[in-house]
Design a protein around this ligand. Structure first.
Ligand SMILES: N[C@@H](CCC(=O)N[C@@H](CS)C(=O)NCC(=O)O)C(=O)O
Length: 270
């Protein structure tokens, strides 16, 4: 869907492989908005930790959307911003109070799910060297953040300390036994999917227009597909068929939502 009167100057900082960047990209394409793209290397160069980016997004994560003097530093804020800014393309605009509340609940539940855990557990199960490499990279990120903390002013120090804590929690989590921690994530994934309708009411979950819940669910299903968990024991057949059909649409393709891993693109940050 291309808007005949695009609003220019939407600038997205994002990474191709990043789950939350996919949410932002898909929401932008569903809004019919072209955007300027600033691709980040979040794995090798860890550009998200560099001071110039921390000044834009103190959380030091991607995505970030910059538009009209506003900075939206996380995918949930970007989703809400786009719905408010480009209302004609979204279900929420004319939905009843109950409809909006329902969408908000589904979106909130999605953001409570630690998708990174599911993803890295699956990759570690498939590729044993990653079980060693990933903690090495996390420890390196911690060392860099400790250095940054020593040189930071008081404002920046709070954000860096939080990021450091997050990486330490990641290290602790990924030291737990792999099979047990992934069994738990799969159970949580099933519970999350069960909170969504078993089948959509129209082209989208709630009828003719997409909602934020459609965006997060479809990107979540794409991630389940990437890690080999888009099967009947996790995803109801009608939702799975709907997902397959959406993967063929222009907005989905243009948003570059990954339905499988692209090791070469991961290595080359494209
Ligand atoms: N709540 C944030 C989470 C963003 C996030 O965790 N992004 C990941 C990539 S998917 C990231 O930037 N990771 C790099 C890091 O944590 O250093 C959002 O919704 O945008």
């Amino acid at each position: 869907m291309t808007n005949p009167n695009p609003v220019l100057n939407l600038l997205l900082y994002h990474a191709a492989s990043s789950y939350y960047s996919m949410i932002a990209r898909y929401a932008l394409t569903l809004s019919g908005q072209p955007f300027e793209s600033h691709m980040m290397d979040i794995h090798k160069k860890r550009e998200q930790l560099q001071p110039w980016y921390a000044a834009i997004n103190p959380a030091m994560t991607v995505p970030t959307l910059v538009h009209d003097g506003q900075v939206l530093g996380s995918s949930d804020l970007i989703l809400q911003y786009l719905v408010n800014r480009f209302p004609a393309t979204w279900f929420e605009t004319d939905a009843s109070e109950a409809g909006r509340t329902h969408v908000q609940q589904l979106v909130d539940l999605h953001y409570q799910f630690a998708v990174e855990r599911l993803t890295f557990n699956a990759i570690m199960q498939k590729l044993p060297p990653v079980r060693i490499m990933f903690p090495v990279l996390l420890r390196k990120a911690c060392r860099e953040l400790e250095q940054q903390l020593n040189q930071a002013n008081q404002d920046a120090a709070v954000a860096i300390q939080q990021k450091l804590e997050l990486n330490r929690q990641r290290l602790a989590y990924f030291a737990e036994p792999l099979a047990a921690r992934q069994a738990k994530q799969i159970e949580l994934a099933k519970q999350l999917i069960n909170t969504y309708p078993d089948s959509p009411q129209g082209p989208w979950l709630f009828g003719k227009l997409p909602s934020r819940a459609d965006v997060v669910l479809l990107v979540f299903l794409a991630r389940l597909n990437s890690v080999g968990l888009n099967n009947e024991s996790v995803v109801p057949p009608e939702l799975s068929a709907w997902f397959q059909q959406k993967t063929q649409t222009q907005a989905f393709v243009d948003a570059d939502v990954w339905v499988k891993f692209h090791p070469w693109r991961l290595l080359t940050h494209r």
